[in-house]
Design a protein around this ligand. Structure first.
Ligand code: CA
Length: 227
């Protein structure tokens, strides 16, 4: 059975275009045009991924995302009309997996959908983030690498969780700091380096042959897909 993509978008023309491209790529689709119907529709449709427009009648995309995150950990791609909005959205810690700016090419959307579905395999019941041989349990806050448990501090755990939510994407120190604040993070900008250093050391003790977290000179850090 092919995966189902739920499109929450109030403009019919855009929704139709997305449905056409996604269905041509082998996905099934469903469409909801009002934010206030999103949560009940989501439960009914039970999709594999949600494409969520930011500006919606009824309830805006930010609120919808928060509501969906209370009941599900499935991938959500937010669609916004402004590139400047993306930083703010990331800062809000909505738990979206990716962001797409309008106007977009439908081909790009299909590529992002594929990439998000590929890189994040989530078991909805256990709220587990599994990428390659690294598994992060968001409930018990435990991390397993190559079947060995590794013990992380809360700061290390949250840094790993954030970077794993978008593999191969570079996070600046500032962004990491913003994203892990409120999660018992002890420190400021530069202490990120120390936490990352310790985190890398712990992962390296189990995966010695590949650098999973790398620093990008002048930019920040990224989590490399281990596959
Ligand atoms: Ca809209």
């Amino acid at each position: 059975m092919s995966q189902k993509i739920l499109i929450i978008e109030d403009e019919k023309k855009i929704a139709d275009l997305l449905r056409e491209y996604l269905e041509n790529s082998g996905y099934r689709t469903d469409w909801i045009d009002n934010g206030s119907l999103a949560v009940s529709g989501f439960k009914k449709v039970n999709p594999s991924l949600v494409l969520l427009d930011l500006m919606l009648p009824g309830m805006d995309g930010i609120e919808v995302c928060k509501e969906l995150r209370k009941i599900s950990n499935i991938p959500i791609i937010m669609v916004t009309a402004k590139i400047e909005e993306v930083d703010r959205l990331i800062g809000l810690e909505l738990g979206a997996d990716d962001y797409i700016c309008k106007p977009f090419s439908p081909r790009e959307v299909v590529a992002r959908v594929k990439s998000v579905l590929r890189r994040v395999f989530i078991e909805p019941e256990t709220r587990k983030l599994v990428i390659g041989n690294i598994s992060v349990d968001l409930e018990t806050k435990t991390v397993t690498v190559n079947d060995s448990d590794i013990v992380l501090t809360p700061s290390e755990f949250n840094l790993l969780r954030v970077m794993m939510s978008q593999t191969n994407r570079v996070f600046s120190r500032n962004e990491l700091l913003n994203k892990v604040q409120g999660y018992d993070f002890d420190g400021y900008d530069r202490t990120i380096d120390t936490h990352i250093k310790n985190l890398r050391k712990k992962i390296r003790s189990v995966i010695p042959d590949k650098e999973i977290i790398t620093s990008v000179y002048g930019s920040g850090y990224k989590f490399n897909h281990p596959a």
